[in-house]
Design a protein around this ligand. Sequence first.
Ligand SMILES: C[S@@+](CC[C@H](N)C(=O)[O-])C[C@H]1O[C@@H](n2cnc3c(N)ncnc32)[C@H](O)[C@@H]1O
Length: 214
Amino acid sequence: MNFLDDIFCKFGTDKSSKQHNFAGIYHAALDPMRFQARKVLEIGIFGTTPENAGASLKSWAEYFPNAHIYGVDLHEYSFINTGRITTIVADQGVIPGNLDRVVTTTGSDIDLIIDDGSHLMHHQQITLGYLFKYLKSGGYYIIEDLHTSYHDISNPTGTQYNTMLMLEVLRHSGVILSDYISEADKQYIQQQLASCEIHKVTPFASETAILRKR
Ligand SMILES: C[S@@+](CC[C@H](N)C(=O)[O-])C[C@H]1O[C@@H](n2cnc3c(N)ncnc32)[C@H](O)[C@@H]1O
C-alpha cells in the first residue's frame, strides 16, 4: 500500500492493489511532480452513477491538488464535472472532431496523460501519436493494460505492430514502428522521448508503460 493506492482504493479504480496494482509504480514516478502538476488528461472514465463513475479522475484530483483533471470517454459523463474535473465526449480513435477537440479544451503543456480507454492497438497508437506533442517537457504518458497486446480481440485492424511490440522496439532502438502514427509524429516522439519503461506487474494480466518526454 502507498499513499496513491489508498486513494485508488477509496474511489474504486481498477488501478488499485485490489486489481492491477499500478499505484507503486505510478507513485514512484509521479510523486516529485505532485504539487507542480497543473493538467492531467485521462482517456477512459467508466462507471454509471455519480458515486461510482470517474474513479480514476477523482483519484487524480485528490493526488494532484493543484491540477485540473480532464477525462475523455465515448459516453457522456458531465454529471461528474466539478470545479477541477472536466469531462469531454470524444472517440480516441479519431482525430478530426475528437482528439483535436480534446486539446482545444486542455491546451498544451499537459503534465500527465493516461490512456485507459478502449485498449485497441490502433486507438492506443493514434492517441499516442497525436497527443504526445501536447505533453509538457518532463511530462509522463502512460499506456495502461498493455497486456491487451496479446489478445487478437484488441487488434481488430490486424496491425503487424501491436502496442507492446511498438514500445519494446522504441525502448531498445529509439524507433517507432506503427501503421497509425504519421511520419512527422513518429519523428517528434523519437526526438522528444526521454525514457520508455514497461512494467509487467502481473505478467499477461497487469502491464503498463510509462513514457517520459525530454
Ligand atoms: C477501463 S475503463 C476506464 C477506467 C477508469 N480509467 C478507471 O481507472 O477507473 C475504459 C473506458 O474507456 C471508454 N472507451 C472505450 N472506447 C473508447 C474510445 N474509442 N474513446 C474514448 N473512450 C473509450 C469506455 O467507455 C470506458 O468507460
